[in-house]
Design a protein around this ligand. Structure first.
Ligand SMILES: NC(=O)c1ccc[n+]([C@@H]2O[C@H](COP(=O)([O-])OP(=O)(O)OC[C@H]3O[C@@H](n4cnc5c(N)ncnc54)[C@H](OP(=O)(O)O)[C@@H]3O)[C@@H](O)[C@H]2O)c1
Length: 250
């Protein structure tokens, strides 16, 4: 089956493409680097010829409120219209657990707008809601750093490895449309500040992480369970401590 992966050069997308190809599909990585731009429409009709499924794991180059909203609404509108013309029968997208609880923040507001375009389109769909990727811990710390101090909410998280996210996205793309949202998470529930403190300590990062209930997470002051999934979520086994040794990054 031909499966076009929008954002197929990214963290998740490159792993999805590899897994789909390993399972005998014809997975195509589509992104500006391969001549496909969902914002301008460049290369979109061409890459979708003969495609059965589209996976959208693209991300906005800018997280500024207006930029991220423009990115997800414009790219999703263009993509769904092109899929309709090409006869695509399954649209798979990746979003964030709790997105609909967090629309006070611009990024989550844009993800919810993306999801609404998908659910109101004519194309059968599956939306995967993932928790924070293990790979994202440093970015979370960087966004919350003042001087040598990182102020983070004590709300709960249940982070997951990008490889596990890619596994479920690829599996979903190869299956029949859910016309619903599936939640996935890692094995361990802990507080956001505890997780990031552990990540920085393992990296030898000297910053001090302080728990601060009022510190916003990408524009939102979190309630305790805003970032964790419901009880029926699919839970993967890989722990942060198992994942970390192979992933030491600057
Ligand atoms: N970070 C988290 O913890 C988390 C949690 C849950 C869900 N998510 C979601 O996961 C998704 C994937 O994130 P990621 O970290 O894998 O992203 P990423 O590594 O930043 O990759 C972004 C991808 O989007 C592509 N892209 C950018 N502009 C494009 C355009 N105009 N047209 C087509 N493709 C474009 C990039 O292509 P080039 O390489 O050509 O620039 C790249 O392949 C996001 O939608 C995010 O909301 C993230």
């Amino acid at each position: 089956m031909k499966i076009v992966v929008i954002g197929g050069t990214g963290l998740i997308g490159s792993k999805v493409v590899a897994q789909l190809n390993e399972h005998g599909h014809e997975a195509i990585a589509a992104s500006p680097n391969s001549g496909v731009n969902t914002l301008t429409g460049e290369g979109l009709a061409e890459v979708l010829v003969g495609a059965t499924v589209v996976v959208d794991v693209s991300n906005s180059p800018s997280f500024a409120d207006d930029d991220v909203m423009a990115f997800f609404t414009t790219s999703t509108t263009n993509l769904l219209a092109a899929e309709q013309v090409a006869g695509v029968v399954h649209h798979v997208a990746l979003s964030v657990v709790g997105s609909d609880r967090l629309t006070a923040g611009g990024y989550m507001r844009a993800k919810v707008a993306q999801e609404q375009l998908i659910t109101s389109s004519q194309i059968p769909y599956s939306i995967v809601h993932a928790t924070q990727f293990f790979e994202f811990a440093k970015s979370i710390a960087d966004a919350a750093t003042e001087g040598e101090t990182v102020r983070l909410s004590h709300a709960l998280v249940r982070p997951i490895s990008a490889l596990d996210v890619a596994t479920i996205v690829a599996r979903t793309a190869a299956g029949t449309p859910l016309n619903a949202t599936l939640e996935i998470a890692g094995p361990t529930e802990l507080s956001l500040d505890d997780w990031v403190r552990t990540a920085l300590t393992l990296k030898g990062d000297p910053r001090t992480v302080v728990a601060d209930h009022d510190s916003p997470y990408f524009g939102v002051v979190l309630k305790e369970r805003d970032l964790v999934p419901d009880a029926d979520a699919t839970i993967f086994d890989t722990t942060f401590e198992q994942w970390f040794p192979g992933e030491v990054r600057a």
